[in-house]
Design a binder for this molecule. Structure first.
Ligand code: FES
Ligand code: FES
Length: 161
């Protein structure tokens, strides 16, 4: 079947999509967007997180056909041209990236949190990222990165504990 949807602001089509094929597979293997990672393919790790109509989802669990006519935004779509999103910048600066497998999903999930909550508490950050597994960093640097991004996006605002 043919699937057409908008990815990072551009209409894209994929031909010959199998009924059970995942959105993640189409993004990575058919549309050349390898940012979203395939780590577990079972909805357990969050590495494949993308926005679907503005809501973060595990793209390995979404059938590509379900994305027909909808808006998808991947980690590649967060930057503006050469300018990284503050969340992406903070992950790099804080050393929150090691092997990088978890990073795209964490960045999308953290980006969503900061769109909804300007200065999240540590508990809110932990809760928002609870579905994203990282085997390398021990999570502290990831928390540092989200705190830094929040401070930069909403300077002068205090964290509400
Ligand atoms: S690859 Fe989708 S949740 Fe792990
Ligand atoms: S940096 Fe390797 S899994 Fe998170």
């Amino acid at each position: 079947m043919r699937v057409t949807f908008t990815v990072n602001g551009r209409e894209e089509s994929a031909e010959g999509v199998w009924e059970g094929e995942s959105l993640l597979y189409v993004l990575r293997e058919r549309l050349g967007l390898p940012g979203s990672k395939n780590a577990c393919e079972q909805g357990e790790c969050g590495s494949c997180t993308v926005y679907l109509d503005g809501v973060p989802v595990c793209s390995c669990l979404v059938a590509a056909g379900q994305a027909e006519g909808r808006q998808v935004r991947t980690v590649e779509g967060l930057a503006e041209g050469d300018r990284l999103d503050p969340v992406q910048e903070a992950f790099v600066e804080c050393g929150a990236v090691q092997c990088g497998f978890c990073t795209p999903g964490l960045v999308v999930q953290a980006h969503d949190l900061l769109e909804r909550v300007e200065r999240p508490s540590d508990a809110e950050i932990r809760e928002a990222l609870a579905g994203n597994l990282c085997r390398c960093t021990g999570y502290e640097k990831i928390l540092d990165a989200v705190r830094l991004a929040a401070a930069r996006k909403a300077p002068g605002k205090e964290t509400v504990a």
